[in-house]
Design a binder for this molecule. Structure first.
Ligand code: PMP
Length: 384
């Protein structure tokens, strides 16, 4: 039988979402599909909590969503400050540089965030156009304080760009209230749709900044000049064409966003908070340490524990896999082979957590790691 997929994306998708994708593919100008696209754009603004924002749904992975924002916002020499909390912060810096931004990077220690005071100090040194950060860095399971960063950027009149690939629909985000200009994501994580959708909501301020460009966007497929009329058309329940949308994935997106909003955003975030807390406590109860330094900056969508000393990571993950649960290795180059990652987002429930912790306990036992068998599952039961 199939393994339970507990990696930080793609995740286990709801049966209803998968089923919705398997119908015959309609035309992208079919009235029913126009209504699906329209509704998905509307639901995105609810989930991002950006009622006056502009939503974009485009075929591509999360990296393309990152790239789309960079391509449309950056002109030669624009000053950008990137706050990096791991692998994906550094990736964003690379993308921004590719579009000829003048990038400064403030890099956190592994497992930590950059202090708000340090970001403020840096903002004082020059007139940045853009402040870029990762909400949850999937390489470290570190959660940035998006509200505090958004408010700080507003104080210095700097546009904000948040990589929320691993957080939308899993961690609380109030894009508009927190003053976040662009929040990019992808389908395959907490949003709960198979990989392939680049999703983004842009503030009117950032759209305005885009419209002030003096030079052409240096990427044809990403150019909002091409995409804005398409999104506007679907918002007005009209058909329009620039490039063929991934019809079945958008049908699945509508279904998944309906499931998320039917649960209620607050309930959804609370379930993720509980899952994160239970997972971290269970791992600690088994004697495993986490990459993220403390509870306050730990993400609730995934956890990143170190392997116990004297256990070979590859064999350990293989043993967990044999217990029916698939987990992911580490992603940070300087900690290669030292830690692993567990995704717990989307429709994650108590059974998923228990199966995962149970599999880890069995694998620990197999590798002769001293622990109280059942200590992790007990914690999970107590806390979830
Ligand atoms: N940013 C973050 C925080 C991510 O977790 C990921 C995917 N792991 C990406 C960006 C890139 O997304 P994708 O793999 O879909 O291109």
């Amino acid at each position: 039988s199939r393994n339970l997929l507990m990696i930080p994306g793609p995740i286990e998708f709801e049966h209803e979402v998968l089923q919705s994708m398997s119908s015959a593919t309609p035309s992208h100008v079919d009235p029913k599909f126009i209504s699906t696209f329209h509704h998905s754009l509307k639901l995105m603004k609810e989930v991002w909590q950006a009622p006056s924002g502009q939503a974009f749904i485009v075929a591509g992975s999360g990296t393309f969503a990152m790239e789309m924002a960079a391509a449309n916002l950056i002109e030669q020499g624009d000053k950008v400050l990137v706050i990096s909390t791991g692998y994906f912060g550094l990736r964003y810096a690379e993308i921004l540089k590719r579009y000829t931004a003048d990038v400064d990077i403030l890099e956190a220690e592994v497992g930590d965030v950059v202090a708000i005071e340090d970001i403020e100090q840096q903002l004082k040194t020059k007139p940045y156009k853009l402040l870029c950060f990762t909400h949850v860095d999937t390489s470290t399971a570190v959660l940035n304080d998006a509200k505090a960063i958004g408010e700080l950027a507003q104080k210095y009149n700097v546009l904000t760009l948040m990589d929320a690939v691993c957080s939308v629909a899993g961690e609380e985000i109030k894009q508009e209230e927190w003053g976040l200009d662009i929040v990019v994501s992808a389908s395959q994580k907490a949003i709960g749709v198979p990989p392939g959708l680049a999703l983004l909501v842009a503030s009117l301020k950032s759209i305005h900044s885009f419209k002030q460009r003096k030079t052409k966007v240096q990427n044809y497929y990403a150019d909002w000049t091409n995409w804005l009329p398409i999104m506007k058309a679907y918002e007005n329940k009209e058909a329009s064409y620039f490039a063929t949308p991934p019809v079945n994935l958008i049908i699945a997106l509508e279904k998944s966003l309906e499931i998320i909003t039917a649960e209620g955003l607050e309930q959804c975030f609370e379930r993720h908070r509980k899952a994160g807390k239970a997972m971290r406590a269970a791992l600690r109860a088994l004697g495993l340490e986490l990459v993220s330094k403390n509870e306050k900056l730990s993400a609730n969508t995934l956890s990143a524990p170190f392997y116990p000393d004297n256990i070979d990571g590859t064999n350990f993950l293989k043993s967990i896999n044999e217990q029916g649960v698939t987990l992911a290795g580490g992603l940070l180059h300087n900690l290669k082979g030292k830690y692993f990652r567990i995704g717990h987002m989307g429709s994650v429930n108590q059974n998923d957590l228990l199966a995962t912790i149970g599999a880890i306990e069995k694998a620990l036992q197999k590798h002769n790691h001293q622990h109280n068998l059942g200590a992790g599952t007990k914690k999970t039961l107590e806390l979830f």
